[in-house]
Write a protein that binds this ligand. Structure first.
Ligand SMILES: [Zn+2]
Ligand SMILES: [Zn+2]
Length: 389
């Protein structure tokens, strides 16, 4: 007998608007889009932010993992959750079939999501209209409190606290339960209870962590979002096993998300910060919830042998220090002190040397000058380069 495994892929994790700032590359800049493959072979897509385009590009690849039908759950109609729709190429392929689930908005009335499709693609906002979308599309209205089955999976929708409404979804599969609750502000007793019901005993609880607890109490109060601290409290109260911090603020750099994650891990044992390309499997023997991070985006690697001292914290929370060899490193960029003043956006060749196990090692890299600042030493400039190959 094979063990039932569900696979959850994160295609977009950023809230509000996509970001292209290099300081946000590691966690990623695409807006919400998740894909869940359940053990019975059902393919779900959660939200249609700009991450959906990437999922669509992979669709046509060999072993793209495409199912015969796809079930798409849309939490609400804010731009960051629908913007990927016109750019999702499988919608333009006749044999594909999509089932969309979302709520009736009081601002749109019947067939709300269908109207959203039409409005997004109306002239002059998009070069082609809806008639170009040849895939089969079915729309189903879902209300808070509704439960229904897709394949062997049970879906429950609950209202969350967000301007113009937002649904959270709980998906119970034979491998475990995923609760997807983004775009929610705590503080409404009834809706807070809904959130706890969604998260109750969930193996994976994905929650809005856009703001810091300080912002949530002051400048961002009433904006419809939550913090890592609120997520940790709900996870604990509801008995969720793993918390995934999601919907990162567009102004949060990778370092800021790192800090948020560090603090959340002090409050709750099993926490991940959602990262574009991250894949979480559910139901495997041993660790029921396993996360796999993407390789670095630029994937620029050089084989090397550097002596290194590594300090860190073990799984059990103990500090450690260890001497080792680094055998493969990936490089994205460097800050170099130079007497010469290179032209901005020109190419530099950088050769690095380091003592290795068998003598001096050299590493040749081509870089692109992205910034020039006054250097710390007199007569030197601090040159920022991004390595290109
Ligand atoms: Zn959002
Ligand atoms: Zn929203």
């Amino acid at each position: 007998m094979t063990v039932p495994i569900a696979k959850l892929s994160f295609w977009g994790v950023r809230g509000s608007t996509p970001t292209v700032d290099p300081a946000t590359w590691r966690y990623g800049g695409n807006t919400p889009c998740l894909e869940l493959m359940t053990p019975d072979g059902t393919q779900f897509i959660l939200d249609c932010g700009t991450g959906l385009r990437m999922l669509g590009s992979r669709w046509a690849a060999p072993n793209g993992g495409k199912a015969a039908e796809t079930h798409i759950l849309v939490t609400h109609y804010h731009w960051d959750h629908i913007q990927g729709i016109p750019f999702f190429s499988p919608l333009y392929v006749e044999n594909n079939e999509f089932h969309f689930y979302s709520f009736r908005s009081k601002f749109l009335g019947r067939d709300s999501l269908k109207q959203v499709f039409e409005a997004q693609m109306a002239m002059p906002y998009f070069p082609v209209d809806m008639s170009a979308m040849s895939a089969k599309r079915k729309f189903k209205e879902v209300d808070g409190g509704d439960s229904f089955k897709v394949g062997e999976n049970k879906i429950t929708a609950q209202w969350l606290n967000h301007p113009q409404g937002c649904l959270g979804f709980r998906i119970e599969t034979s491998a475990g339960t995923v609760a997807y609750a983004t775009d929610n502000e705590p503080g409404d007793a009834k809706l807070d209870e809904n959130l706890r019901e969604l998260a109750a005993g969930a193996d994976i609880f994905i929650n809005d962590a856009q703001f810091t607890p300080e912002q949530l109490e002051t400048t961002r109060k009433g904006w419809g979002h939550s913090s890592w601290l609120e997520g940790a409290k709900v996870a604990r109260k509801a008995g969720a096993k793993t918390l995934v911090l999601f919907h990162h603020d567009p102004d949060s750099t990778d370092r800021m998300v790192d800090a948020i994650l560090r603090q959340a891990r002090e409050e709750f044992d099993s926490v991940f910060a959602a990262s574009e390309g991250m894949v979480v499997t559910l139901g495997a023997p041993g660790d029921r919830v396993q996360a796999h991070m993407p390789g670095t985006r630029t994937a620029l690697r050089r084989e090397a042998q550097f002596h290194a001292k590594v300090c860190g914290v073990t799984e059990g929370g103990k500090d450690f220090e260890e001497e080792t060899m680094v055998r493969d490193i990936s490089l994205q960029g460097a800050l170099i002190s130079l007497k010469h003043l290179p032209r901005l956006q020109s190419e530099l060749q950088v050769t690095m040397e380091a003592p290795g196990a068998d003598g001096l090692q050299t590493m040749k890299l081509r870089g692109y000058v992205v910034r020039i600042d006054a250097g710390a030493e007199k007569g030197h400039s601090a040159v920022g380069v991004v390595f290109t190959d």
